[in-house]
Ligand binder design. Structure first.
Ligand SMILES: Cc1cc2nc3c(=O)[nH]c(=O)nc-3n(C[C@H](O)[C@H](O)[C@H](O)COP(=O)(O)OP(=O)(O)OC[C@H]3O[C@@H](n4cnc5c(N)ncnc54)[C@H](O)[C@@H]3O)c2cc1C
Length: 404
């Protein structure tokens, strides 16, 4: 087969989760010519499965001290709020905010050390005790006897975030579904990606590839013959329940441990229903459990922690097993920043994991710094139009499960 002509431009992003889409927006803003390729659906990996919390790190401080992780992430809620108001680096006015606050409530089992820490001066302005008159409706019930705190964190509707990040770039986002592809190398050693499109073979020859494919980065690294950076997976089994109970819940429940015993976010589901999405320790300990057994455990947990809440006999339950994909850490620890570094094979492939949706701005800063350090600056050319369709937007786990 003849060698196809090379398409030269600045950056090709592989992966259309929140990281790839955020990077597309950020790099275009910086003047790069950038296109994004997605194999499946936009947001369809971890992003659509996430709880949409943009958090300032307090949940990592429950051990009783402000750690490096909590300091690195502390600036993020303000950064996102500026974008959501249209005054930030990215325009996210089309993304929907589900809750301006995330709450922490203590069960009777919460240790006094944690509650003393939460009330301490170190956290003033980031965690505030909520007076009874300002409580959200769900916590106004007389049966609620614990303490309630309000965090600076906010909760986003992830489908609308994905749509808002993709909307400005209809000419730069392409589907790789059913498109045979192979890596090649230019005489310089630079990587190229050959695509067999319906209109013939194309050869993408950007100055850099940014692999933002979530768990798919592991496969990309293997295809490239790279051994670093290595990836780790931290598995979860989340639980979701679709019901007609009228009040939303966005909060962590504190137990005796230093991680939230239960984390709940609430998501619109239409037809007068909503979905409560349950994570935290429940989802970590649920890994490997049969879904029915985990659902039973979740029912018991809700009955114990929120005894006045009745979700109704017609509530529909499901679970989602999914891995968090991250750069490998010593002892499988949670990384405390976003990550971007060059693959250790010859060529120009940058490997990126945000490690949290919240940390996308931190990821974008790291990617920009890595490109600049290699002298990869915007060259002022146009982004090529590929003869490929756009990928669809991903459905939520509950839309997938309940087929609506
Ligand atoms: C259950 C759960 C809850 C979470 N909750 C939160 C939260 O509340 N707040 C928070 O800050 N973080 C949260 N996170 C973490 C957050 O979701 C992730 O860090 C973030 O979504 C990762 O985004 P990503 O774009 O890197 O990966 P993904 O969202 O996984 O996207 C990767 C994309 O790449 C595509 N792809 C794969 N291979 C290729 C290829 N070869 N070529 C092209 N495309 C490819 C996939 O189809 C997918 O669309 C949560 C994670 C999980 C699992």
């Amino acid at each position: 087969m003849s060698t196809p002509a090379s398409l030269r431009f600045d950056i090709a992003i592989l992966g259309g989760g929140v990281a790839g889409l955020w990077l597309l927006n950020d790099l275009r803003r910086r003047g790069y010519s950038v296109l994004l390729l997605e194999t499946h659906a936009l947001g369809g990996g971890q992003s659509i499965a996430s709880q949409g919390m943009i958090h300032g790190g307090i949940k990592y401080s429950l051990a009783g001290a402000l750690s490096g992780a909590s300091e690195a992430i502390a600036a993020m809620p303000d950064y996102w709020r500026r974008c959501l108001s249209g005054a930030g680096d990215l325009d996210l006015r089309q993304a929907r905010v589900l809750s301006e606050h995330f709450y922490l409530w203590s069960s009777n089992a919460a240790g006094s050390r944690v509650t003393t820490f939460l009330a301490s001066r170190a956290l003033r302005g980031r965690v505030d005790a909520v007076p009874a008159a300002e409580r959200p409706p769900l916590f106004r019930e007389p049966a609620f006897q614990g303490s309630l705190y309000r965090l600076v964190d906010l909760v986003l509707d992830v489908p609308s975030l994905i749509a808002a990040l993709a909307a400005p770039w209809p000419d730069a986002i392409f589907s790789l579904a059913d498109v045979p592809q192979r890596w090649a190398r230019a005489a310089t050693g630079a990587l190229q990606l050959e695509l067999d499109t319906p209109d013939g073979r194309l050869c993408l020859a950007p100055a850099a590839f940014v692999c933002a494919a979530g768990a798919g980065n592991e496969t990309l690294l293997a295809e490239l013959g790279a051994s670093a950076p290595a990836m780790q997976r931290r598995p979860l089994q989340q639980i979701f329940v679709r019901h007609r109970y009228p009040h939303a819940l966005h909060g962590h429940c504190l137990g005796r441990e230093t991680t939230p015993r239960l984390t709940v976010s609430s998501h619109p589901a239409g037809a007068g229903e909503q979905v409560w999405y349950l994570g935290g320790t429940l989802a970590e300990e649920g890994v490997g459990m049969a879904p029915a057994a985990l659902i039973e455990r979740a029912r018991r947990e809700l009955a114990e922690l929120l005894p006045w809440v009745a979700l109704g006999a017609d509530a529909r339950w499901g679970t989602l097993a999914i891995d968090r994909a991250e750069p490998r850490q010593h002892g499988l620890l949670r990384p405390d920043q976003a990550f971007a570094d060059w693959a250790d094979c010859p060529g120009n492939a940058l490997i990126a994991w945000p490690t949290k949706l919240t940390l996308c701005p931190n990821l974008a800063a790291q990617v920009a710094a890595r490109l600049a350090a290699r002298g990869i600056a915007p060259r002022g050319g146009a982004t090529p139009a590929l003869p490929l369709p756009p990928p669809p937007l991903a459905a939520t786990p509950w839309q997938e499960a309940f087929d609506d």
